[in-house]
Design a protein around this ligand. Sequence first.
Ligand SMILES: [Zn+2]
Length: 211
Amino acid sequence: MESFLFRIDSLAKEFQKRYLFKLETAYKKNKLIFPGKIAASGSQKVIGAMIHNLSVTKWIAYAKQPFAGPEQVLEYLGRYTHRVAISNNRLVAIDDGQVTFTYRDRASNNEKKVMSLESDEFIRRFLLHVLPKGFMKIRYYGFLSNIKKKQCIILIRQLIEPMSEQPDLVTETLQQIMQRITGIDITCCPQCQKRKMIKIRALPKPVWNTS
Ligand SMILES: [Zn+2]
């Protein structure tokens, strides 16, 4: 605890002060947009009350040491540099100011579904994924593009050195992946950190009453 850079309650107060100041400034400059269902939330009265409530509430800043040092944090965040908000093939139609796209419903067995949104709302949601200034996204293309790289790399290897053997794919167990990314040994007892946990048996699968 004593090795933190700042006192955690000072950090929370400072964060609260700056956040609310920026929020209020943005509102006064008409930079906040209240589309669709939240249009009523944009009145002076509602915003004023909300900012007041937020300023009298005690904020908590959650900060802790990275699991296994800064390298693992970088690696974890690094994964986000490769994602895009939505890929072109998920866009189904653009008509009448509406954008229709496919998505996976996590609440319903990852089923593929279709959704339509007003174009303003679609753009608003899309822009939430735009990284802040100074952050970069990385996209591979050509022979390294995700869909093609598996076949392309095999082909390239054959063209460069026809007699060469394919290197063995590195396959990691879940335990090894967790260890590498978070530095946590998931077989270790989380309570005492000393003993190994042993699998005794698997819990039976729940049986749903479908009648
Ligand atoms: Zn233990």
